[in-house]
Design a protein around this ligand. Structure first.
Ligand code: NAD
Ligand code: DAU
Length: 351
């Protein structure tokens, strides 16, 4: 079946990998990338596919419901894969209003537009909402998040994402809008903005800058290579059951400090520096306020129902990621100049 898919946030980190996968794998689909191009959105991420005949870019804000309605109508959109969001937890601590605006009101604007335009015939329509494992809160040393774990968001970012998830399910329950939701663990890979742990530390090692480890570095995250997340989204979009939720994870838990040491060793090797050089950059700084201790996903549902498993081992994924940042220093320079640099200074000043 031919589809006309609106992908929001397609110029961001995960969105750009999703757009590339759909544009390349489904030449018969029309893929419309709808993105505001905030500090996190970068069209350079999509240079390799920007001239493909099945790709269209629309610059716009998901909160602008008139533009959303116009785009859905004019481009005959039948499906939405919604990734646009403010995504960085530290920024949500300094600026929670922007997170409520984009993540909650922006999602509501998309839902309302889709419902109004599609309500006479929901056949062949789908609103696919991309969410995060952070909505489930924080785990102790044991246990995993499943699809039935009660919501318990603890940061302004996760509170806004949780709220958006509730609105998506409410539109399914109240108006019958066909929806599907997935909640994924931490992603890493090419094109991730260097404010998140892995690209920030790779970039700082390249520039011999301190590596700011929050608290004692004992928090645990479950890391998934971004292309494997894009493949899971493909599987859910095509074969997921309407109304359902799917958890996506890497089966790959790391304590921050252990992960950081792996990166340090790999970078020393790559840069031809003596073993142990990068570890001397490790600097323990004041902990993130309300820092969630551990996230870990039980991804057995998507595995059993849709046959998805991560295709890459972490060792391969981290090597690909480090190589990408080495080969794309101009990309890093571009995104770390100007506005981002000011933000970076304000975030780390006094820590
Ligand atoms: P990102 O910050 O790299 O990209 C976000 C994109 O959304 C950017 O291109 C930005 O320009 C766009 N955007 C922001 N506000 C917008 C608005 N008002 N209108 C239109 N576009 C707007 O984010 P990411 O890390 O790629 O995350 C994408 C999605 O996946 C988010 O919904 C996030 O909550 C979710 N998620 C992320 C991770 C992760 O580890 N990064 C894990 C699980 C889920
Ligand atoms: O779990 C999914 C979530 O993962 C996504 O929903 C978010 O969009 C994404 O940003 C990510 O959130 P985290 O807060 O887990 O990712 P971040 O890269 O910011 O931090 C990872 C861990 O590293 C976390 O325990 C905080 C720590 N950290 C982070 C930074 C930026 C540091 O110790 N120092 C740092 O400078």
């Amino acid at each position: 079946m031919k589809r006309n898919i609106l992908i929001t946030g397609g110029a961001g980190f995960i969105g750009s990998h999703v757009v590339r996968l759909f544009v390349n794998n489904y030449p018969e689909y029309k893929i419309v990338n709808f993105d505001k191009l905030t500090y996190a959105g970068n069209l350079e991420n999509l240079k390799d596919i920007e001239n493909k005949p099945n790709y269209v870019f629309v610059k716009g804000d998901i909160c602008d419901i008139d533009l959303v309605i116009k785009t859905i109508k004019e481009l005959n959109i039948d499906s939405i894969i919604h990734l646009a969001a403010e995504s960085h937890v530290d920024r949500s601590i300094t600026d929670p209003f922007t997170f409520a605006q984009t993540n909650v009101m922006g999602t509501l604007s998309l839902l309302q537009a889709a419902k109004e335009i599609w309500k006479d015939n929901y056949e062949g329509k789908l609103f696919y909402h991309i969410s995060t494992d952070e909505v489930y809160g924080s785990l102790g040393e044991e246990g995993f998040f499943t699809e039935t774990t009660p919501y318990d968001p603890k940061s302004p970012y996760s509170a806004a994402k949780a709220s958006s998830d509730h609105f998506v399910r409410a539109f399914n329950n109240t108006f019958g809008l066909p929806i599907v939701v997935s909640n994924c663990s931490n992603n890493y890979g090419p094109n991730q903005f260097p404010e998140k742990l892995i690209p920030l530390f790779i970039n700082n090692i390249l520039n011999s800058k301190p590596l700011p480890v929050y608290g004692k570095g004992e928090n645990v995250r479950d890391w998934l290579y971004v292309v494997d997340h894009a493949k899971a989204i493909d599987a859910i979009f095509h074969n997921g059951k309407v109304g359902e939720t799917y958890n996506i994870g890497g089966f790959n838990e790391w304590k921050n400090i252990d992960l950081i040491k792996v990166i340090c060793r790999a970078m020393d090797k790559k840069l031809g520096r003596p073993d142990g050089t990068s570890e001397t950059l490790i600097t323990y700084v004041t902990d993130r306020a309300g820092h969630d201790h551990r996230y870990a996903i039980d991804a057995s549902k998507i595995n059993k129902e849709l046959g998805w498993v991560p295709s890459l081992q972490f060792e391969e994924g981290i090597e690909l990621t480090i190589n990408w940042y080495f080969n794309n220093k101009l990309w890093i320079e571009g995104v770390t100049s100007g506005q981002y640099q000011n933000y970076y200074n304000s975030m780390y000043e006094g820590r």
